[in-house]
Design a protein around this ligand. Structure first.
Ligand code: ZN
Length: 404
């Protein structure tokens, strides 16, 4: 395979997480046959874009059964409200401004802008048009790429603000995506893009954030190269604690005279210091991930041998990467609780662990709960505080095995 951005042949492997099914392909029946695909990440030796090798087609990953619903998390809801207030203020957006969100999911963020009298449009192939109509929001239920924006701009759509949160990593053709942003952005428009920062993946062994639908893992250094190739410039960056350490970049047309901020320069310097453009930087992730796997399996086998009860919490995509890489099946962890009604009653891909609602926790009274979405630790610790009544302990695995 060749690099998604610069087309150099990919030769340098960062990590091999073995074969697993797509992470969001939840099963309705535990006996269904699943397709397994290799999960391998490479770094381009020319531009240093870190990327997953292609084995699964995007249509197979993002369909109407795609189970990620953003409103399910309180942390996310708060994040959306804070973002809306801050961006309206920072960019001095007037009412009537045109706001386009790529990957708008259930429309939670667009609703915040609509409440501020902005003209909003969501673009998301996995969203439901009926849901949007009920909420009074406009939706284009297609993949965002260069062709789509050509037809949108012909219809006169130009955006004062383009938002793309946790979507650029999910794009197989990054050049087509950035071309689309260039076309759709009004002459003085700004795009804000949130994405997990590569530095945290490497620093905190977040190998479970790797799955087939995450095609790229970006440093600011490589993002700068990609956007400038398409006559766009990044001029500001904010660091966010959400999702285990994300960045929000601010992008505008290259010809707009906006000076680069100190925080933009600071993060570039930090990346140069750790060596994001050296192969050495990527050489430890495989070994550290294997260490987490062996620590977890040793602990789990000993715990089950002691006749203790173990269940899991949070049926998120990242949990599936971890469980499948560790070879966990339902005979080791019989159930996983999750708050999303759409997931309950289904089974995790690969491990085939049954997804139950939270009330099952108090009925089962486990001795240990393995919490998979470590990025929502504060919220989940509070939700599960009542399990201390019967002496239950919470187990976290990233960045290392911790039991408390
Ligand atoms: Zn490249």
């Amino acid at each position: 395979m060749h690099c998604r951005f610069c087309k150099t042949k990919l030769t340098h492997q960062v990590i091999d997480l073995e074969s697993c099914p797509p992470a969001n392909a939840y099963l309705t029946n535990p006996n269904l046959v699943e397709a397994y695909y290799p999960l391998q990440v490479y770094v381009c030796t020319n531009c240093y874009l870190v990327q997953t090798l292609d084995y699964v087609s995007p249509g197979e990953i993002f369909n109407k059964n795609y189970a990620f619903i953003s409103s399910a998390s309180q942390t996310w809801k708060q994040h959306c409200e804070d973002y809306t207030a801050s961006v309206i203020n920072k960019l001095r957006l007037a009412s009537g401004s045109s706001v386009v969100e790529i990957g708008s999911n259930d429309g939670i963020l667009l609703r915040c802008f609509a409440e501020n009298q902005m003209n909003v449009l969501g673009i998301d192939p996995a969203a439901s048009t009926t849901d949007y109509k009920e909420k009074g929001l406009k939706l284009v239920d297609e993949f965002f790429n260069a062709e789509l924006t050509e037809s949108l701009t012909l219809k006169g759509v130009k955006a004062d603000l383009i938002i793309a949160n946790n979507v650029i990593a999910h794009v197989p053709d990054v050049n087509s995506f950035v071309t689309g942003i260039k076309r759709l952005l009004g002459s003085k428009g700004i795009a804000t893009i949130e994405l997990p920062h590569l530095l945290n993946l490497i620093r905190y062994n977040q190998f479970d954030t790797i799955y087939h639908e995450h095609f790229s893992y970006f440093s600011l250094t490589v993002l700068k190269k990609i956007f400038s190739t398409h006559q766009l410039k990044i001029f500001d960056v904010e660091e966010l604690s959400i999702h285990g350490g994300s960045i929000r970049i601010y992008v505008t047309h290259q010809e707009n005279e906006i000076t680069e901020t100190d925080s933009f320069r600071k993060i570039l310097e930090q990346e140069a210091e750790v060596g994001v453009e050296t192969l050495e930087y990527y050489s430890h992730l495989q070994l550290f991930s294997y260490k987490i796997k062996s620590d977890f399996l040793l602990w789990l086998m000993n715990t089950l041998n002691d006749r203790k009860k173990v269940m899991a919490y949070g049926a998120a995509a990242k949990g599936n990467t971890l469980l499948n890489y560790c070879g966990i099946k339902k005979d080791m962890i019989p159930m996983i609780a999750d708050v999303t009604p759409k997931k309950q009653g289904k089974y995790l891909p690969g491990s085939r662990i049954r997804i139950v609602d939270e009330s099952a926790i108090a009925e089962y009274k486990p001795d240990f709960i393995v919490v998979l979405p470590w990025n929502y630790k504060t919220e989940i610790d509070q939700r599960l505080a009542n399990t201390k009544e019967w002496g239950c302990k919470l187990v976290y695995l990233i960045p290392e095995l911790v039991i408390d």
